[in-house]
Design a protein around this ligand. Structure first.
Ligand code: GRF
Length: 192
């Protein structure tokens, strides 16, 4: 699931081509975005499900859940998907949704993790891959990688450097999840 330039998606597609033990059965977008073009270029079905095309958020949530369920995914990966998932979606796919975030959670959750870390003056930030729960970027952490902040960093330069680490980490975690699964002990998650 993606809303942006789709570089995380491209990394997953590259990994799936290697060959890896996973196949991308569909790509969900919630707007017109380069991620959708990347999917189409690779012959991957695109589910274009926009909030604005539905009477309300609940109707969008139900439609999205049904359209994703049609593809029967083992795992759902949100890779720069800029919408909070609804309760219907979460109850259908909960525990099998993985998100990638451009900060070291639990610090700097939300849509502005890179800018918030920079504004706070941290010297190290990074990227986190975690399971999605009902909160915003609060689910059990699967993997993290640090990225040093440079004194001349802007949000754009820092985000680009984070994304170059994030792409590899996400592809690694998805590969491990499909081959090994995940063990959850309370709030702690581990890939064996
Ligand atoms: C990633 O940093 C993701 O964590 C964030 O948005 C970025 C998506 O990048 N939420 P891209 O569209 O895959 O290039």
């Amino acid at each position: 699931m993606a809303s942006g330039t789709g570089s995380l998606l491209a990394a997953l597609i590259a990994r799936a081509d290697e060959p890896a033990p996973f196949r991308i059965v569909a790509v969900v977008v919630d707007r017109q975005c380069p991620a959708a073009d990347i999917a189409r270029r690779h012959g991957i079905p695109v589910i274009d499900c926009r909030v604005g095309d539905h009477p309300d958020r609940g109707a969008w949530d139900s439609a999205l859940t049904d359209q994703v369920a049609d593809h029967a995914p083992a795992w759902v990966v949100t890779a720069g998907f800029m919408k909070i998932l609804g309760s219907t979606f979460l109850s259908r796919f909960g525990g099998r949704i993985v998100n990638s975030h451009p900060a070291l959670l639990p610090s700097f959750p939300g849509a502005h993790g890179v800018a918030d870390a920079l504004a706070h003056g941290v010297k190290v930030t990074g990227t986190t891959v975690h399971l999605v729960d009902a909160g915003v970027d609060t689910g059990p952490i699967l993997a993290q990688q640090p990225v040093a902040v440079r004194s001349d960093d802007t949000e754009a330069t820092l985000h680009e450097r984070i994304k170059s680490v994030e792409r590899e980490l996400l592809a690694d975690v998805v590969t491990k999840l499909v081959t090994k699964g995940v063990v959850i002990d309370g709030r702690k998650a581990d890939i064996p």
